[in-house]
Design a protein around this ligand. Structure first.
Ligand code: SME
Length: 194
């Protein structure tokens, strides 16, 4: 015999089953996000190797560019504690500010201007150990002293945006970052800008 308690639960489930499945779905995505493992105890190379393994899975099931770039900004910021990290996306003649983590930033950078616009124009990554040495550097924040910009490409090898990293410390960013960030840029380009 079914008792009243069970019938009440069954009735509640049938009435609210869409909400129930929605909660399950959200929980799944929550757990998936939680499964992104970031260890601060590893050396830089090992941290990047770990990111290279996990990033494809992080962006695999979500087709929206902004959603994925937002999560990637969060991963970079949480992992490396960079002062500013984010994306600028090509929109006609400008790089326009996209998802980022850090202080408020310049919203629009022209082709060939600043470190970002130069990386776009020259289609290459730029490591700027001291921003005072880069003529035309655009100072969104006076606290940032060194910078890396890595272009993102589509399948036609056109620049579709840049990944920009700013540090408040000298010597934190180096060629090893460029080496790994270019690999991450390739993953992003293939997954999101095919
Ligand atoms: N410094 C960059 C501008 C962007 S901000 O650093 C976020 C540049 O010179 O292009």
């Amino acid at each position: 015999m079914l008792n009243d308690g069970f019938l009440f639960l069954l009735d509640s489930f049938l009435t609210h089953k869409n909400d129930f499945f929605s909660v399950i779905l959200q929980k799944k995505f929550f757990v998936m996000s939680e499964n992104f493992i970031i260890s601060s105890s590893l050396d830089k190379k090992s941290i990047y190797e770990s990111l290279l393994l996990q990033i494809p899975a992080l962006i695999a099931d979500e087709p929206d560019i902004v959603a994925n770039l937002a999560n990637l900004s969060a991963v970079f910021h949480q992992t490396f504690k960079w002062w500013w990290v984010g994306f600028y996306l090509v929109k006609e003649d400008f790089l326009v500010l996209g998802p980022f983590q850090g202080p408020v930033a310049c919203t629009r950078i022209a082709f060939g201007k600043g470190v970002c616009g130069t990386a776009w124009k020259e289609k290459r990554s730029l490591l700027v150990p001291d921003v005072n040495d880069f003529s035309g550097h655009i100072a969104c924040s006076s606290i940032s002293v060194s910078e890396i910009v890595v272009p993102l490409y589509n399948s036609s090898s056109e620049v579709v945006g840049v990944l920009d990293i700013d540090s408040e410390k000298f010597g934190l960013l180096d060629e090893a970052d460029i080496y790994y960030l270019e690999q991450i840029s390739t993953i992003i380009g293939k997954a999101l800008f095919a």
